[in-house]
Design a protein. Structure first.
Lengths: 219, 219
């Protein structure tokens, strides 16, 4: 049964390569599962039909017959359960990989999204200016702890898993800063994950869709 | 093999009943799995030994023989996979429940933690005062969308799952406000989840530990 992935036709350049369907595309590429894009317009996102699929009106979504899912983390987990490329067979290694999936989304991503709110969505606002140093300090603390864990390792655990896939995409969020580059261990780790052919195919697919649907006004 | 759950001996009243080991205790109670507390002092949290178990120095942790996990979401998922009380047997229902686990942690919790940062950890700071209306508006939008989904339902899906367990604990975060009560559907849903005997046992256990370890200065 065909897999359909909900994605956006176009977003402004600052968001390209970071929209969360990238995670799902990457997981599908790692697992060797073909998929079809389901492009969702801004009007679609507001429709009752779409809200029945995604209550918050966002992307990505995943549809395969009766299986209709949302949340990039849940979709990546669902795909990962079908492929040892993403979740090892060993019971302990499997649960460790899932621990890192949640760590990426709960212990790292919120700090980076807070900075994105400050720098990208509230730029110029007084609160954003006042809050920025504290937000940066929080990220530096977390990044230091993560770098300490990763020091001497290629991946979060012995081999690449869905935990690394989510962590690497999360580390892409502050690309308008040098926060990742300031921790060489993190920068090398991110580069190692992004060097995977499956990542490149996923990124190319997202960017190709945006290029195809670029509005005239943005050219 | 005994299950050990990492928890804090004491926290100030504003955090009691919201520390994330509550989620793990609740899941274990639903699943009928006995556990032993492993209390972690502030000094322990900074130690290399503890950082090997939890790289960010937080609670909860889960240990059962070789299985050593962190992240409340990952631990609840690990427990849920052992009990149909938390994850139904049907393949679609099971993945839907996991979708809601991630939705609670990624699509609702960060907005509430942002408000907690503003009201509880940065109270009186100028940025917090300026940012608060925007943070409240973001929560109201999300709560409205969630209430729309829950309207006419007892739980997020047909029956109570680990998704509801996480969502209910997330909805406890803004208890210093009336944000949940302002959406009667959400308030009733939260109450329905918290009426479960397993929740009460979990909450009582966390609070009993805090009572036992209350510092003299706080009395």
């Amino acid at each position: 049964m065909a897999v359909h992935v909900g994605a956006l036709p176009w977003v402004p350049p600052f968001a390209q390569g970071n929209v969360r369907d990238l995670r799902v595309r990457w997981a599908l590429e790692e697992a060797g599962i073909a998929y079809v894009e389901r492009l969702v317009s801004v009007d679609d996102q507001k429709s009752a039909a779409y809200r029945a699929l995604q209550p918050f009106g966002q992307v990505p979504t995943f549809e395969q017959g009766d299986m209709r899912l949302f949340e990039s983390g849940a979709i990546v987990l669902h795909i990962a359960e079908q492929s040892e490329m993403l979740l090892p067979a060993d019971a302990v290694a499997r649960e460790r990989a899932k621990t890192w999936m949640f760590a990426a989304l709960s212990s790292i991503e919120p700090y980076l999204m807070h900075l994105a709110q400050i720098d990208l969505f509230s730029a110029g606002e007084e609160w954003a200016k006042l809050r920025r140093p504290g937000a940066i300090a929080d990220i530096q603390k977390r990044f230091g702890e993560l770098a300490k864990w990763l020091d001497g390792r290629n991946y979060l655990e012995d081999e690449f898993t869905a935990g690394d896939l989510l962590m690497a995409t999360v580390l892409r969020i502050p690309r308008h800063t040098t926060l990742v580059e300031d921790e060489p261990v993190l920068a090398q780790y991110k580069k190692r994950c992004e060097a995977r052919p499956a990542f490149k195919r996923a990124l190319d697919a997202q960017l190709a869709t945006f290029a195809k649907h670029e509005p005239k006004a943005a050219r």
